[in-house]
Design a protein around this ligand. Sequence first.
Ligand code: BMP
Length: 233
Amino acid sequence: MKSRELKPRTGLIHALDVVELEKCIKIAQQVEPFVDAIKLSWPFILKNGGEGMLAVRDRIELPIVACFKVVDIPEVSRDIVKLAIQYGANGITLQGFVGTDTMKECIELAHRLSAQTFMVTEMSHPGAVEFIQPVGEKLAKMAKQLGSDGIVAPATRPENITRYRKIVGNEILIMSPGVGPQGGQLGDALQAGANFEVIGRRIYLASDPAKEAEQYANVLSKIIEKKQPLLEA
Ligand code: BMP
């Protein structure tokens, strides 16, 4: 059993893209009852270092996903994965298009260190249609073949989530960013086959982040409950 393994409960992951450490910890604690994980990204790490991630981790019990979208040669990618986990990450995102060799190294190492991997198959922003979208299905196949715990797919194009779900089957988790300011509608990604919707600005910029997260979690957890019997059948 992995420590702090990411599992769908509320179906909501908070992308806590706030760089001020104390503010970040405060929001993480406020939203903790309503989210399945806290996702931290490069700006937070550049400002606070790995110690910053450990400080957040120490103040909550949720899994931490280090959204580093690792994209380098295998030897360097391995170091990023190792250090991310040493500094408290329970899951890490990887950029699949860098190739099978890097992905294999990263996934095997993460698993040896009891962490989960989430490989990006298609991003949510408009520019993703230029280069990554055309190879999205290949990336999803690779993620499944290499045993990645999950993939990342866009809430802005829910129809593509359904295509990726068919490729990866029900065992692999799908996390889906792009709800709200990027154009995705709350709930559409879960209905299309994702396990989590990743929401950032709509929560951390709200006057009451906990209330905002609770509202989203209520909607998403109901969708998960309805889907459960279908998955178990
Ligand atoms: P927001 O809800 O504020 O748009 O934030 C989305 C979050 O998901 C950001 O942390 C962003 O880095 C991340 N993300 C994304 O938006 N699209 C992707 O394809 C992959 C991501 O990790």
